[in-house]
Structure formats: C-alpha cells, structure tokens
Design a protein around this ligand. Structure first.
Ligand code: ATP
Length: 364
C-alpha cells in the first residue's frame, strides 16, 4: 500500500523582488496504485510540488504523508520514492547496467547477483536487454528515456514521480511511449504522480488529473469530469484544443446578453443563476453546430472568417453578424465551407457552460 497525501502544502521562495509563492496551500490524496497527472501552464508550480514530495525541496508549510506517516523530514534517499526527470539525468561515464544498478548498490545491502538479476528483469520489461553494456551517450533519446525509467523501476519504489519524462522525444515516439508508460504503470501498479504541460498526456494517461494555476489547485478529478464539468473558467479554457469559446454576458430575466448575442435560458439554468449578473458564457468548438438557417433563439447568423483544414475535421473561425465577436467551431472534414460564406451557428443549451465573471467559478 502506498497512499500519498498532501495536506495544505505551501512553498515560498525568496528572490530579489520579494516572496514567490510557488505552491499555494495544495491538498489532495493520491490513492494506492493510482496514476495522477499534474498539469498546468509553465510556472504554475508543478515541478516544485513534485520536488517537495521527492524531498528535493523543503516544505514551507503543510505535510506530505506516505501511508499516513508524515515524511516532511525524511531524507530524499530514504523515502522509497523514485523520480524520473525530463533530462533523464543518467551518468554518462557509466554503462546502462551500471546506471540501473547504482542506486540499489548505494541504498541496499542486496548481494551483487540479486541486483544483477533485478537489472536484467527490468531491462527485459522495458525491451532494452541489448543495451545494458552501452553508454548513455551512445543511445537515442527514446532509449535513454527507457534507461531512466528502468533505473526508477528497478528500485521497486512505493511511488513514482515523473517530471515531463517524454518532453524531449519527437511526437511519434512520445505517442508510443505514452501508451507504453501507461501499460507499465498498470502492470506495476505503483502509485504515480506524473507532471506535464501537455494536455494530450493529461487527458489520456491519468486515472485522474490535477490542474494547477498560479500555485493553486484548480480541480482534481477524472480527465472526462474535468473536461465536461470544469470547476472554473481556467480549467475550461485550459483543456481542449481549440479552446472553449468565451463570451462576456450580463444576465437578467432569463436571458444572457452579450455584444454579439442574446441567449435565453431554460428553468434549470435560471435556477442556478439566481442573483447573478456578470457572467461568462462558454461553448466548446465541437459543440457548436453549423446549420442552414436561423430557426430558433439559440441560432446566430455568422460569416466564415477562416477555415483551417485539419484532415478529419475543419476548424472554422466565424464572425457574428452583430457585434465584433468571433466564434470557433469544429466541423467534419468533408463539410464544404469557405471564407465569406454565411453560416448559422447553433449553440445548444445542453452544451453551454456558465461562469461567474469575477471568480471564474462554474455556475452551470
Ligand atoms: P514549467 O512547466 O515551466 O517547468 P512549473 O509549473 O514546473 O513550470 P515550477 O518550476 O514549479 O513551475 O515554478 C513555480 C514558480 O516558482 C515559478 O514562478 C518559478 O519561477 C518559481 N521557482 C521555482 N524554483 C525556484 C527557486 N529555486 N527560486 C526561486 N523561484 C523559484
């Protein structure tokens, strides 16, 4: 069992301009065997949070516990946590075999032949037994990545921490390693915290994702929950490509009114908007439907600005006929549509999101 618990952890750094709060009062629990992906924009505190768990960064406030035991003051080497870095951090003068066995030799009293056995089993698991006598400098990026993983796995840790481990690989290899890593994590069933800024990795790899912004935890839930039921406007805008469309609107008497649109809402939504005025209306590009003509009050006359063919689908940039606002829609790749066409954009009520404009909190 290895349940990892973060309880109100905070990290502040001092620099010439004063105090930086890199991680701000984050609490969450990562279950035994769970694969948690931590995602967020550059500088949001992902690496700092991971380094606090690894014991590579001191904890300003709060506690990190492993199976109920507070480990704030346990030295990094004694935490039974293995970390894989973006840079791989392999020793260039050692062979792959030595890179993989080094940690075990340093931190355990296991006999050499047992260590050798563990290294070769792990090398088999990762498909690199033929590389054991090579030096890291003679390996490709993907092979180095496997060695770095092997070095972590061979120690049989209670927790894996991975900091953007795939970001130095090209797109094709990254996609391949993504599925391999997932499979490996499932087989090994080790509690894993995986940091990335790549939303494909976030959406596809984790049991749950934790989304950070400005050092604060925005939401922690399954990828689909975060996507379909974002806790706030930041999460809604962060996940999804192209991003969710947002319109500033005012709410009164059952109607959302913006520069370009007037959007009446039904009783369910009205109930959740009681007392609200300044809001943001959100709609994902794939939820915008393109219709022939305006036939209900959720249809809007637009003109096509630009069509970006993506192969299987088109990204269509639309401009409302009234106001000066744009709307992005995704349409089937076969849709015949061109710049200058008049198109009706349908915004279905069951697909809209509504946020408080000041706090960003999702109201619907
Ligand atoms: P990236 O995706 O770019 O790696 P990140 O989300 O991992 O970013 P962190 O590296 O954790 O972000 O940094 C969070 C904040 O803390 C940033 O503002 C960063 O400049 C600051 N920071 C990190 N380490 C230090 C340090 N040693 N001294 C001062 N400030 C630091």
């Amino acid at each position: 069992m290895a349940t990892l618990e973060l309880d109100s952890i905070t990290k502040t750094f001092q620099d010439d301009n004063g105090e930086i709060v890199a991680v701000d009062d984050i609490s969450m629990a990562i279950d035994d065997g769970e694969f948690l992906v931590v995602v967020g924009p550059s500088g949001c505190g992902k690496s700092t949070m991971l380094r606090m768990v690894a014991g590579l960064e001191s904890i300003t406030a709060g506690t990190v516990s492993l199976d109920g035991r507070v480990i704030n003051d346990v030295k990094s080497q004694e935490r039974n946590i293995a970390m894989v870095f973006q840079s791989y951090a392999l020793y260039p003068h050692m062979s792959v075999r030595e890179n993989m066995s080094f940690g075990l030799e340093e931190s355990t009293d296991l006999p050499d032949d047992e260590i050798a056995e563990m290294v070769s089993e792990t090398a088999e698991l990762l498909g690199i037994p033929n590389l054991l006598d090579r030096k890291p400098t003679d390996l490709s990026g993907g092979q180095q990545q496997r060695v770095a993983l092997g070095r972590a796995i061979v120690r049989d840790p209670e927790v894996f921490l991975m900091d953007e481990p795939l970001s130095n690989l090209d797109a094709k290899l990254r996609a391949q390693m993504r599925t391999e890593l997932q499979r490996l994590q499932e087989d090994l069933d080790v509690t894993t915290v995986y940091v990335t800024h790549d939303q494909t990795e976030a959406m596809t790899m984790g049991d749950r994702i934790a989304i950070l912004n400005d050092g604060r935890l925005q939401q922690v839930a399954t990828p689909l929950e975060c996507y379909h039921e974002p806790a706030n406007q930041f999460v809604a805008g962060f996940l999804g490509e192209p991003s969710m469309n947002f319109f500033d609107v005012r709410y009164a008497d059952g109607v959302l009114v913006g520069d370009a649109l007037e959007y009446p809402v039904g009783p369910d939504i009205r109930a959740s908007l009681e007392g609200a005025t300044d809001l943001v209306l959100g709609i994902r590009p794939e939820d915008v439907e393109l219709a022939e003509r305006v036939s209900n009050d959720h249809d809007f006359a637009t003109v096509v600005d630009v069509v970006e063919p993506m192969g299987d689908e088109n990204t269509v940039h639309l401009r409302f006929e009234t106001g000066n606002q744009t709307l992005i829609a995704t349409a089937d790749g076969f849709t015949r549509i061109a710049a200058g066409d008049a198109v009706t954009a349908r915004i279905p009520e069951d697909a809209i999101h509504i946020f408080d404009r000041e706090t960003g909190e999702a109201l619907h």
